[in-house]
Structures are given as C-alpha cells and as structure tokens.
Design a protein around this ligand. Structure first.
Ligand code: SAH
Length: 421
C-alpha cells in the first residue's frame, strides 16, 4: 500500500511539476520519505535517516515526510527536525503538489476523502500494476495503529478500478494487484451513495472480464469476511491467482478476542478447510503477532497448533509492538520481552522446518512462471499462479513472458528451475 502511495506521489510530481526520479539522493531537488508506523522500529529509523539526508543533500533540496508516521506524528516531525519542509499524511497523498509549495505545511487529516481522486499514472513495474480498491480501515484491532493513520474505510468506485485495470493491461502488463486493508470488505461504504453496491466477489467477476488480463492478485483479505461466496469465487475464477493471505495474528481464541479480530480459532480453521477443499492448489500465507498482552504459554501453543495444522506456505511473524492511540497500548498484562523473543524464534524455526518440508515436495513439478525481475547473477525470476517464487538462467528477453518451468533445485525462499516446452 505504501509502495502504491509512493507511485501516486511520483505520478503527480512528474505530470504536474516536471520531476523525474533519481537513484542518487545527492542529486535530488526533493527527497520524500514514505513511512510506515505499524511497528515502532520504522519510526526510530525515520529520524536517523532524516539526519543523514539533511547532512548530504543538495543545500536547496526540500525534504518531505509522508505516510503513516507523518499522519500520527504530524507537527512533531518538524519540531524534531526543523529542516523538514512538509509533512503529508497517508490519507493526503493527492495533496503532494500543494504542500510542495507551502513552507512547513502539515497535511494529516485522516478523514480527508481521496477515494475518487484521479491520480496520474506512474508504475515501477511494467509487468504488473497495483490498484487501490479502498482507503482506510474500519476495524478496531486493539494492537493496530492503521485506522488512526489512514482513517475510515471507503471503497473506490468499481468503475474507477476497472478503468485503471484496463489502462494497466493496455500497457502490456498481464497482472493486477488489488490493495486494501480489508479487500473482502469491499463495497461496504462509498463516498457517495450514487455508486451501486458491488461486493468484492462481484468486483473480481467484473475485473476478470477484462480481455488480456491474465492474473488478479489481492491483499489483504480479512479472515472475518471470508464468506462462502468469496471462497467459491476465488476457487472457480481462473484469473484469480491461487494464493491467499489469511492474517491469523493468533491461534488462541482468547487472544483473538482481546485483539478484537472478530473470529475464533475454529472459524479460521474452518475457512482454511473450505478453501483447501475447493482449491487444493492454493497456497496460504499469514501474519502472526507473538507476545500480545496476556498471551500465555497455552495461548502461544494454540498458535503453534494452527501452524502445524495449516502448514502455511509463508508466515510473516512479528513481536508485538505497543503503538500509540491503540487500545492495547494501555493493557497492563505485558508479556516479558525475552519470552516474546523466544516465542518468535521458536515459531520462525518451526515455520522454516515446515517450509523446507513442503518445498522438498515441489522438486520436478512444472509451474507457469510470469517473469518480472532480473537478478544480477544472470537469472530472471517470477511467480507461479500460486505465488511460488522461481528463478531460471536468463535475461531481459524473459521479462513479461509466461513460461513453463520445471523445478530443479529447492531453496527456502526461491526455487530454481529450467524452462520446458
Ligand atoms: N489489515 C491487515 C493488517 C495490516 S498491518 C489485517 O487486518 O490483517 C500488517 C501486519 O502487521 C498485521 O497483519 C500484523 O501482523 C502486524 N502488526 C500490526 N500491528 C502490529 C503491532 N502493534 N505489533 C506487531 N505487529 C503488528
């Protein structure tokens, strides 16, 4: 989502202000730092990075701090780093060309509605295009800062999304990647009542009618909204890539309740079972937080139990990080930092074992790979429909192509293969 916000800012600056991107910040006339604030570490990093940029930048270069940390720290950023020229929140991306011309502007209104703003086009990949389908988040997860930095959830009208998808496909890209905090809650609210209610399954059906569009990916769906219609659409629509992100957060129903996630361990496992029965080739990834306040050894064991039962293809795991303006920030039953770290490493090594075991079974399989990136070691890499990352020996001519690839060597994060007819 942040990457897409950056693309939007670049698009506006290129088209309206004549800027171009550079790889060398010492040459830059404008330095934008697009920040995340989901966990605490990136916030600390911001101020050290700012110091470095300020020291070595061109004297006339402006610095802007954008994104979620901008939303939540606002004015404080300029107080701490007075050389910053403007602060632009995650919900105010469309104002980039305005703040550029105002000294010390701070635009961080989290209720600002840019759900229908016609951003100019700029994409970092020629092969796939990110599309925002909603802004904000309506959930009240007690650990999460996002609703405080990105505001209420508003869906983008389907006509705008479909037009954007058509523009992407017209440039030759074969894949779109839909973005939203809860994509499968799409259609709950639009900024104007004029828009006909379309839910996420219907949006997927409409998008899949676009000729020459071959692959549709999305993130994140919320487990609470994984109804049968959605899973059935996912399983039966051939253009939808068969990889599902299912952010579990915890396997303990008690912890899930304290997190206000809206589902139980049983519901989550039931949805996985439904998905696996309808779509056995689907791979499943997840997000897990360990050390949430009140998480006991028994609660953590429930998370491990889900890991052992589901055997996710990919797990993004985090140690709980208390965030300002969240409910959990005030929870007093804090888990000892060392205990949380031990749980995290236990979970990660178990997950590595699971992945190694699963990957070993892929040797000799053939997948249709859409090549998107070049590696400096003479390989081109891409993903299968179900999100398996594969590289083969090759160069530019493979980029943007779909080829059948037979897996010849197994690795933990990337597999190696060779192209077959
Ligand atoms: N909308 C998505 C989450 C987006 S944030 C959802 O509801 O599932 C991406 C991930 O960051 C979350 O899934 C969660 O695992 C992690 N995260 C969010 N807040 C966190 C916190 N306070 N501490 C640690 N991890 C956190």
């Amino acid at each position: 989502m942040n990457s897409r916000d950056s693309e939007h800012m670049i698009a506006e600056l290129r088209e309206k202000e004549g800027y171009e991107t550079t790889d060398d910040f010492k040459q830059a006339d404008l330095i934008l730092i697009n920040t995340c604030s989901v966990r605490e570490r990136p916030v600390h990093k911001l101020f050290s990075e700012l110091g470095g940029f300020n020291k070595h930048k061109k004297p006339s270069a402006k610095i802007g701090v954008c994104g979620c940390t901008a939303s939540h720290l606002g004015e404080e950023i300029i107080k701490k780093a007075p050389y910053v020229n403007f602060v632009l929140g995650a919900r105010n991306v469309s104002k980039i060309t305005e703040v550029l011309h105002k000294n010390k502007a701070v635009e961080i209104d989290i209720n600002y509605d840019e759900s229908e703003f016609a951003f100019k086009d700029f994409r970092t990949s020629a092969y796939k295009g990110f599309i925002n389908i909603s802004i904000g988040c309506d959930k009240a997860c007690t650990f999460c800062i996002v609703p405080k930095t990105r505001g209420d959830e508003i869906s983008i009208p389907d006509s705008l999304i479909i037009n954007e998808a058509k523009r992407i496909v017209a440039t030759g890209a074969k894949e779109i990647f839909l973005l939203g905090q809860n994509v499968n809650n799409y259609g709950r609210r639009f900024s104007s009542n004029d828009h006909k209610k379309v839910n996420f399954s219907e949006l997927l059906r409409r998008l899949s009618k676009i000729e020459k569009l071959e692959r549709i990916r999305f993130t994140s769906p919320h487990p609470f909204h994984m109804d049968d219609e959605f899973i059935e659409e996912f399983a039966s629509n051939p253009k939808i890539c068969k990889s599902m992100h299912m952010p579990l957060q915890s396997g303990s129903t008690k912890v899930l309740k304290d997190m206000k996630r809206g589902y139980t361990k049983e519901w989550f496992l039931n949805r996985v079972a439904k998905l696996r029965s309808m779509c056995p080739e689907a791979t499943i990834s997840t997000d897990i937080i360990v050390g949430f306040p009140g998480e006991s050894d028994e609660d953590f064991a429930e998370t491990i139990d889900v890991l052992n039962q589901v055997k996710f293809e990919q797990v993004f795991s985090f140690k709980y990080s208390p965030r300002p303006e969240t409910e959990a920030e005030h929870f007093t039953n804090v888990v000892d930092g060392e205990v949380a770290s031990d749980r995290l490493s236990f979970l990660q090594s178990l997950n590595n074992e699971i992945i190694d075991e699963k990957n070993a079974t892929l040797l000799g399989n053939t997948y249709r790979i859409y090549f998107e990136v070049l590696h400096s070691d003479g390989h081109a890499a891409g993903r299968s429909d179900n999100n398996i990352l594969v590289k083969v020996k090759g160069s530019e001519e493979l980029l943007g192509q779909m080829k059948n690839v037979k897996i010849t060597t197994i690795g933990r994060t990337i597999l190696t293969g060779e192209i077959v007819a």
